[in-house]
Design a protein around this ligand. Structure first.
Ligand SMILES: [Zn+2]
Length: 385
C-alpha cells in the first residue's frame, strides 16, 4: 500500500512506519495549532512558546494515533490475525492486517478496539488537564492537555461513523455479517454507507471552500474521496474472492507478457517497451530464464541523464519469491499473498521460466467482463459506480 516508508520504532513486535506524506499533515497541524488554536485559547505568550506547545501537541497526537492502531493490532493478534505494520500517512494511521478476520465477532472486537483506545486516551488527557488546572492554574500544560483530550474524542467519534472502511463501518459490517452469515452482502451494504458518507464529506468540503475555509474544505474533500475509493476497492476485493476465488491464477493471468533482457539500456526500455505498450512493469528474461523485473519505481531512482548509459542488467530487481506465484495457486490464496506482502502485481512462474503476469487490475477486468456477460450477479456493476 505504501512505498518509501521509514520505520521509526517497533512496539510489541510491530513496526511503526512513517510515509513521507505524513510530513505534510504534521506540518499543517503544527502550523494551525501555533497560529490559531493556542493563541486563541491562551493569549499573550511568545510565538516560540506557541511553537513549542504546537510541536509537543502534534507529537502526542500522533502517539495517540499509534495507540489507536496498536489497539487494533493487539486485538487482532488475540484472534490469530497478524499485523504487517502500522503506518502513519496523510490521512492518519492504518494497521495493515495480513488477512481478514474469520468471524464476525472477531471483526467487531478488532474494529471496536481502536475507538475504545481513543476514548480512553481522551478521558485520561481530560483528567490530567483537570488535575493540572487545579494544581497549576490555566497555563500551557492545561491548554495542550485539553487539546489532546478533544482531538482524541474527535478521532473516536469520526472513526465510529458507520462508513466502511472506517472502524464504525467495520462494526456495521460485523453486525450485518453476524446477522445474515453473508460476508459479501454485509460488505456491500457497509461499503454503500461508506460511499454515501464519503460523498457527503466531499459535499461539506465544497461548501466549506465557498465559505472561505480553504484548508478544512480541501481536507474534507480529500478524506471523502479516500473513503469512497477505499469502500469501492474493499467491495471489489470481496467480489473477486467470492466469484473467482476458486479459479487458479493460471486461468486468469495475462499470458502474452512483454519482456526485456539485461543488455537493453534504460532509455530503450522506456521509449521502446514501456511507453509504446503502456506498461509500468517488465519481467527481465535471458535465454528463457526469468531473472527479475523492472518497474517505474526503479527508474525513478536513477537520474534521467544516465538512462542511456545504464542497462537493465545493472539495476533490475532480482527475482523475489514474494513477487512470484505458481500458476495453480488459487485466486483466494493470491489475496492472502497480496495482504501479506502488499504487492499488487505478481509474476507467474514454473521453475525459473515465465508463464505470465497477474495483477489486481487483471482480476477486476475479468470480473467486469463476467458481469457484462451476465455471468455473475449484476451487483458487480453497481459496486464500481
Ligand atoms: Zn481505527
Amino acid at each position: 500500500m505504501f512505498s518509501n516508508t521509514r520505520t521509526i520504532a517497533t512496539v510489541f513486535g510491530i513496526d511503526i512506519r512513517i510515509d513521507p506524506s505524513w510530513a505534510l499533515i504534521a506540518a499543517l497541524i503544527t502550523w494551525s495549532l501555533c497560529q490559531h488554536t493556542f493563541p486563541t485559547a491562551l493569549p499573550g505568550l511568545s510565538q516560540w512558546s506557541y511553537f513549542a506547545m504546537a510541536v509537543l501537541a502534534m507529537l502526542l497526537f500522533f502517539a495517540s494515533l499509534v495507540g489507536h492502531e496498536l489497539a487494533h493490532a493487539v486485538t487482532a493478534r488475540h484472534f490469530g490475525v497478524q499485523t504487517r505494520h502500522i503506518t502513519l500517512f496523510l490521512f492518519g494511521g492504518v494497521a495493515e492486517l495480513t488477512q481478514e478476520p474469520e468471524k464476525a465477532m472477531h471483526e467487531f472486537w478488532i474494529a471496536a478496539a481502536g475507538p475504545a483506545m481513543s476514548l480512553t486516551l481522551a478521558l485520561a488527557f481530560w483528567m490530567c488537564a483537570g488535575t493540572s488546572a487545579v494544581l497549576m492554574g490555566i497555563g500551557p500544560v492545561v491548554v495542550v492537555l485539553d487539546y489532546l483530550a478533544l482531538i482524541n474524542l474527535v478521532l473516536a467519534v469520526f472513526n465510529l461513523l458507520p462508513a466502511f472502511p472506517l472502524d464504525g463501518g467495520r462494526i456495521l459490517r460485523a453486525w450485518l455479517w453476524h446477522r445474515s452469515g453473508d460476508m459479501l452482502a454485509a460488505t456491500r451494504t457497509a461499503a454503500r454507507s461508506g460511499t454515501f458518507l464519503g460523498y457527503a464529506l466531499v459535499g461539506l468540503g465544497v461548501l466549506g471552500l465557498f465559505q472561505g475555509a480553504m484548508v478544512a474544505g480541501f481536507w474534507q474533500i480529500l478524506i471523502g474521496l479516500f473513503v469512497v475509493a477505499a469502500a469501492r476497492s474493499a467491495v471489489e476485493a470481496q467480489q473477486i474472492k467470492f466469484h473467482l476465488g476458486d479459479h487458479p491464477v493460471g486461468a486468469l493471468m495475462t499470458r502474452n507478457v512483454i519482456t526485456t533482457n539485461a543488455d537493453t539500456s534504460l532509455s530503450a526500455l522506456v521509449n521502446q517497451v514501456m511507453l509504446p505498450n503502456r506498461i509500468s512493469f517488465v519481467p527481465v528474461v535471458e535465454e528463457g530464464a526469468l531473472l527479475g523485473h523492472m518497474d517505474t519505481r526503479v527508474l525513478i531512482g536513477i537520474d534521467r541523464e544516465n538512462w542511456s548509459n545504464t542497462t537493465v542488467g545493472d539495476v533490475f530487481v532480482d527475482l523475489d519469491p514474494d513477487c512470484c506465484v505458481a500458476s495453480d495457486l488459487l485466486v483466494f490464496d493470491l489475496f492472502e499473498r497480496i495482504a501479506k506482502t502488499g504487492q499488487r502485481k505478481f509474476i507467474v512462474v514454473e521453475g525459473r521460466s515465465l508463464r505470465g503476469v497477474i495483477s489486481l487490475s487483471d482480476l477486476t477486468r475479468h470480473l467486469g467482463l463476467l458481469a457484462s456477460l451476465g455471468k455473475v450477479a449484476p451487483d458487480v456493476g453497481n459496486a464500481r459506480s
